[in-house]
Design a protein around this ligand. Structure first.
Ligand SMILES: O=C(O)C(=O)[C@H](O)CO
Ligand SMILES: [Mg+2]
Length: 264
């Protein structure tokens, strides 16, 4: 059976980092990508980013809400932080402004690390309230919000542990505006049984990201059985974007061989 072509987008925080940020757009297009995503557009004016996209003929698929610098308490987002509500809301407004200007379908609202001394119940209640507030704002902006569970090895204390929690929050606040970002890398590390894990939350899934554990390199370098995963996605009609959020094992272009059999 011939596999249908999937739509992969290049995460420019992870791919083409051999080049300055501004040059990664043309490199992604030259490598055959039709879309890009990256966590943080905020160091650049939206008009500058729009021109880079247009010149390269690329679609902006996703951006994240603002996160703090590496090592800070807000490095994995602000959504669950009880004492940062105003900052969270400002970040959502900023994210929506950029998503709208760039025509990005998705704004990933990054969950955050539960602060020391704050109970899980309190952080989770704040998280759900914040996502509910953000969903109202996103509804009028016409942007879809995404929620992602991250693995405990890389992000201990991250507010969302499982795909099912992410789906439950999306359902509670309004699945017409909020969906799940299912990242195979995180899901494999903490949950495994990937096809069943995905199918359990599939009605809420709006976007996929891929990387192969344990090293988070490209598909085929680690422990995930990608042929079975892609065959399942094809058989069940997945037609959304698939974000390549991995650190190339050598160089980006040398590591793109895996994609060929899924794009032609
Ligand atoms: O870490 C991840 O998997 C993500 O998708 C976050 O957006 C990090 O930027
Ligand atoms: Mg991810």
């Amino acid at each position: 059976m011939t596999e249908p072509a999937f739509r992969f987008d290049a995460n420019l925080k992870w791919l083409f980092t051999e080049l300055p940020f501004e040059e990664r757009f043309d490199a992604a297009a030259a490598a055959g990508f039709e879309g890009v995503e990256y966590a943080s557009p905020y160091d650049h004016e939206p008009a500058v980013l729009s021109k880079l996209l247009t010149d390269a003929g690329l679609t902006q698929v996703l951006i994240n809400t603002p996160m703090g610098p590496p090592g800070s308490a807000t490095r994995s987002g602000l959504a669950c932080l009880p004492d940062a509500v105003a900052e969270f809301r400002d970040g959502v407004e900023r994210g929506l402004e950029y998503a709208t200007a760039l025509n990005a379908a998705f704004l990933h609202v990054v969950g955050g690390l539960r602060p020391e001394g704050v109970s899980r119940d309190r952080a989770f209640a704040r998280y759900v309230a914040n996502i509910g507030w953000a969903a109202e704002r996103a509804r009028s902006a016409g942007v879809r919000l995404l929620l992602e569970a991250q693995n405990k090895r890389d992000a201990p204390r991250f507010i969302l542990d499982t795909q099912e929690q992410a789906a439950a929050v999306a359902e509670a606040v309004g699945a017409e505006t909020v969906g799940v970002l299912f990242d195979f890398y995180h899901a494999q590390i903490d949950e495994g049984d990937l096809i069943t894990t995905l199918d359990r939350v599939r009605p809420w899934v709006s976007h996929l990201q891929i990387a192969d554990p344990p090293s988070r390199h490209e598909p085929g370098t680690g422990e995930i059985g990608w042929p079975a995963i892609f065959a399942h996605l094809a058989a069940t009609g997945y037609d959304g974007w698939i974000g390549c959020e991995y650190a190339p094992a050598t160089t980006t272009v040398a590591g793109l061989g895996w994609m060929k059999e899924y794009t032609s």
